[in-house]
Structures are given as structure tokens and as C-alpha cells.
Design a protein around this ligand. Structure first.
Ligand SMILES: Cc1cc2nc3c(=O)[nH]c(=O)nc-3n(C[C@H](O)[C@H](O)[C@H](O)COP(=O)(O)OP(=O)(O)OC[C@H]3O[C@@H](n4cnc5c(N)ncnc54)[C@H](O)[C@@H]3O)c2cc1C
Length: 461
């Protein structure tokens, strides 16, 4: 097990590589890098370093590997499963200074970017070329953090998750070696797919310093639609209907009645207080968009939808998406003094109704508020489990409800995490989900990081 604290000579080494302004052992800086946005316990690193290049990272990793010092990469710290918490102390490598967009190639729909760039800032710049990077986790995450967590969000049905939009990576390995993997070609069958080994590896296999990302053209035409249903089952059946029709919504979000009620209260919406689907469609022409919306209407009516509103203009569409992105904050404000365990699960789309039912029942059995939201278009549900902070019994109950939900997802052929990653919170379920394949994952970890210095304590128990 790597050592937890750094000796004086180790700090001196870091100073010699990154310079005095870019190394900190102050309590304030260490505290800022001790917790992410989850409930997981904070752990202080001994030092925080802000390197400026792959070469500096290489020198630090080579040294850390020699001296068995844990190193945890850090993007924006917006994770929800404890992914960047330095549980074994050591060095946090904050990638903030790797903040350059290196090249945009509009004809190839590609951008070369350093890992510390925030994706919302990058998209603001790419909009000048009529392009955008589609994965959208809501929080202003870094590209490196999105790659490491394989982030996804609302636009996955049409554009895919981060893994579907990464072509090439520059990675610094645990021993300091710098490799480039992948190519600029749209597809490749050349050897093992190392790009997708690093995507989703949560900083446990290497530090990503640069990436070539696949971009999408900003849609010419778009429209939003809201459909309300009598029951959760009807709403979730409509999800299967829409996805099965061959249409590809840009976003297809599910919000249950309890969530709509809170949004109505705080944001002065007047949506019917029913299970609701919030959808967005992108198209090259207005005519194609009209046809799609007609078909969506027919499918929703077929499932007994009680209200359907489509063709919403940009202002209303932006307001709805703002509300969707701020759902969590809205629920927190509506429940002062209550904390929430944000759960991330997914099942096949056909099983989404069963997953919703199981999670709703797990909450209702404990007389908890039943807040359920999800990226329904890809079977991804985010139940929110309320608990009283500082109350062990209440937290224990929330954890038990969480475990029941996880079992339901696995029994339905799903996964314990669709987009937040394993981090600390999902480690205990890895054997159950992956069986013997987990041993192969461990073997890969041993090969690439034999001294377990990279983000130790994550993914594996
Ligand atoms: C309000 C809110 C809503 C969210 N909604 C969504 C959502 O809808 N979908 C979704 O997918 N996520 C969502 N998230 C989670 C989070 O934003 C994503 O997981 C995001 O990808 C984390 O990026 P980050 O830059 O903050 O990374 P961090 O949290 O800093 O780090 C994430 C992981 O990546 C590693 N890492 C960071 N940079 C590198 C690098 N350069 N090389 C190697 N490893 C690295 C870290 O060690 C850590 O394991 C949400 C978060 C919040 C707070």
C-alpha cells in the first residue's frame, strides 16, 4: 500500500518540477481537493500540484512511482461517487493549467484539446464554427474528468456518451512514459482499443493530458416536447415506443410526479403534476422535425398521454432544460436540512419501467419521498434517496434502500453505474456485476500500475 504523507524531500522535488507557485501544502488548497460533490468522506492530500505539461506530469509520476506515493488526477471535482477523493493521501494533480484548445478541424468535426479544458467553455468557442461536443453532464466538468468517468448526460440517445466521441488520447502512464493512442480516422480496427481502455478508468491507469474529440454540427432545427401521462408505467412504455420507432431523440428525460410538483412550486411552471417525458429532437429541416413530432404524439397518445405539447420555441425549450439541469438544486431547496444520495443505475430500455417501479417501491416502503429522474432514452435512472445528515440511522436506511435499487438494476440485466463511475460508492458491487471479468480488470491495473500509485482505492475494493 502506498505511503500516505510526503516527506520534505518529496515536496522539494515537486517544487523543482512545477515551481513554487504551482505546488501547495496549505490547508485551504488541500481541503479544496479533499472531496467531490458526493456524500463520501473527505480525505486530505499532502500536496496539490498544478502541472503545466505532460512532461511535468511524466517527471512527477516517475518520481512518485519510485517512491510509492499515491497520485490522484483532478479535473473540476464535480464527481458524484468520490472518484477524485485522494483516499490514500499523497499528491493531487490538478489539471487546471492544461487549458488550451490546440486545434479545431471543422471539416473533420474534430478538436484537439488539453485535458483541463472545461467542456462548456470549449463549446462556447466551438459554436463559432457551428460545432459542439455533445456529451453534457450538466456541471462544467473538465474534458479529462469526462473521459476518466465516461460522462454522458441528457444527449446520449442521439450523440452517445463520452466514449463514443473520443478518437485519440495522450496519456502519461504510472512510470512516467508518455503514450499516444488512437488515430484521426473516423474508425480503426488497428490492435487493442487502448483509447477505450482509458475512457472510464477514473484516473487509475494513466493521466490523460490531451484528447482528440469527435464533434457534432450545431443542429439547424430543434424542437422540444413535453408529454404527461396517467401513470409511470404509461410514461415509461412510451419511452420504449419512441426508441423502438427508429426515431433518435436528442434527449428523452423522465421526471416523476413528485419532481414535477417541486419544479412547479419553485420555478413557477404549470406542468400537469403527472409522470412526464421531456424530449428534444434535432433535424436538418423543419419538415423532418414536424414529421417526427407527429409520430411522437401518436406514440404518446397510444400510451394514454393526458397532455402533449410540442413545437416549443427556443425560449420555452431553454427554460425547460434549465429546470431539468437545476432539478437537483430545486429538490434540495424544497427540502431544507435534508441531504440526498444521488443514485445512478441503468437497465435495458425495455426494462426501464420495471427499474422505475422497483426504485419507487424501495423508497415508498420506507415512507421516503419518491423523487425519480432519469435519462430514459438510454434506460438510465437517477433516484434521489433522502436522509438526515449527521444521523447515522437515517444514512444507514438510505444505504439499504440504495442496495435494494442496485440489486434491482442487476437483476434486470443492467449496470450499477451508467455515467457517474464506480469511484468509492460502487466498488462493492463490481464482483457481482462483472464476475471473473473483474480479475481481468485487476490484471490490467497490475500491468499498467504495478505499484498502485494511480488513484488507489477506486474501482476495486
Ligand atoms: C449537479 C451535477 C450533475 C451531474 N450530472 C451528470 C450527468 O448528467 N451525467 C454525468 O455523466 N455526470 C454528471 N455529473 C458528474 C460529473 O460532472 C461528471 O462525472 C464529470 O465527468 C466529472 O468531471 P470533473 O472534471 O469534475 O472530474 P473530477 O471529478 O475532478 O474527476 C473525475 C475522475 O476523473 C479522474 N481524472 C480527472 N482528470 C483526469 C485526467 N486528466 N486524466 C485521468 N484521470 C482524470 C479523477 O481522478 C476522478 O477519478 C454531475 C455532477 C453534478 C455536480
Amino acid at each position: 500500500m502506498p505511503q500516505k504523507s510526503l516527506e520534505h524531500q518529496h515536496v522539494e522535488f515537486l517544487l523543482s518540477v512545477a515551481g513554487a507557485e504551482h505546488v501547495s501544502i496549505t490547508t485551504a488548497d488541500r481541503e479544496q481537493h479533499a472531496r467531490d460533490q458526493s456524500f463520501h468522506q473527505a480525505h486530505l492530500p499532502t500536496a496539490v500540484v498544478w502541472p503545466a505539461s505532460a512532461q511535468e506530469i511524466s517527471a512527477i509520476l516517475q518520481y512518485a512511482n519510485q517512491h510509492r506515493i499515491p497520485v490522484t488526477p483532478w479535473g473540476a471535482g464535480s464527481s458524484l461517487e468520490g472518484n477524485p477523493i485522494p483516499v490514500h493521501g499523497g499528491i493531487v494533480l490538478d489539471l487546471l493549467r492544461l487549458d488550451k484548445i490546440l486545434a479545431v478541424r471543422p471539416d473533420d468535426f474534430q478538436v484537439d484539446v488539453q485535458a483541463g479544458v472545461r467542456y462548456q467553455d470549449m463549446n462556447a468557442q466551438l459554436a463559432r464554427d457551428g460545432l459542439f461536443f455533445a456529451p453534457d453532464p450538466g456541471a462544467n466538468a473538465s474534458i479529462g474528468g469526462m473521459i476518466a468517468n465516461n460522462a454522458a448526460g441528457t444527449r446520449t440517445p442521439r450523440y452517445g456518451a463520452t466514449k463514443d466521441n473520443v478518437l485519440r488520447l495522450e496519456v502519461v502512464l504510472a512510470d512516467g512514459e508518455i503514450i499516444r493512442t488512437g488515430s484521426l480516422a473516423a474508425k480503426s480496427a488497428s490492435g487493442y482499443d487502448l483509447v477505450h481502455l482509458f475512457v472510464g478508468s477514473e484516473g487509475t491507469l494513466g493521466v490523460v493530458t490531451e484528447a482528440t474529440l469527435r464533434l457534432a454540427p450545431l443542429p439547424e432545427q430543434f424542437s422540444a416536447a413535453v408529454a404527461s401521462f396517467e401513470t409511470v408505467t404509461a410514461a415509461t412504455r412510451a419511452v420504449s415506443g419512441i426508441m423502438g420507432s427508429g426515431m433518435v431523440p436528442a434527449a428523452l428525460e423522465f421526471l416523476n410526479t413528485a419532481v414535477i410538483r417541486e419544479l412547479n412550486g419553485v420555478d413557477e411552471f404549470s406542468l400537469p403534476e403527472r409522470p412526464t417525458l421531456l424530449m428534444e429532437f434535432h433535424s436538418a429541416t423543419a419538415a423532418a422535425l414536424q414529421e417526427e413530432l407527429k409520430l411522437v404524439n401518436v406514440i404518446c397518445q397510444g400510451e394514454g398521454c393526458v397532455a402533449f405539447e410540442a413545437g416549443l420555441g427556443r425560449e420555452e425549450r431553454d427554460r425547460l432544460w434549465r429546470a431539468r439541469h437545476q432539478t437537483y438544486e430545486t429538490l434540495v431547496r424544497a427540502n431544507p436540512g435534508v441531504s440526498f444520495l444521488i443514485v445512478d443505475l441503468a437497465a435495458p430500455v425495455s426494462q426501464f419501467p420495471a427499474l422505475v417501479a422497483a426504485c419507487q417501491s424501495a423508497l415508498a416502503k420506507q415512507k421516503m419521498k419518491t423523487y425519480l429522474v432519469g435519462h430514459a432514452g438510454d434506460g438510465n435512472l437517477h433516484p434521489l434517496i433522502p436522509y438526515q445528515p449527521e444521523d447515522e440511522a437515517s444514512f444507514g436506511l438510505a444505504t439499504a434502500v440504495h442496495a435494494e435499487m442496485v440489486q434491482a438494476a442487476l437483476e434486470l440485466g443492467g449496470t450499477v453505474t451508467a455515467e457517474h463511475g464506480v469511484g468509492i460508492g460502487k466498488r462493492q458491487y463490481m464482483r457481482q456485476e462483472h464476475g471473473q471479468a473483474l480479475s481481468v480488470m485487476r490484471a490490467i491495473k497490475r500491468t499498467l500500475d504495478p505499484n498502485y500509485i494511480l488513484n488507489p482505492g477506486k474501482i476495486f475494493e
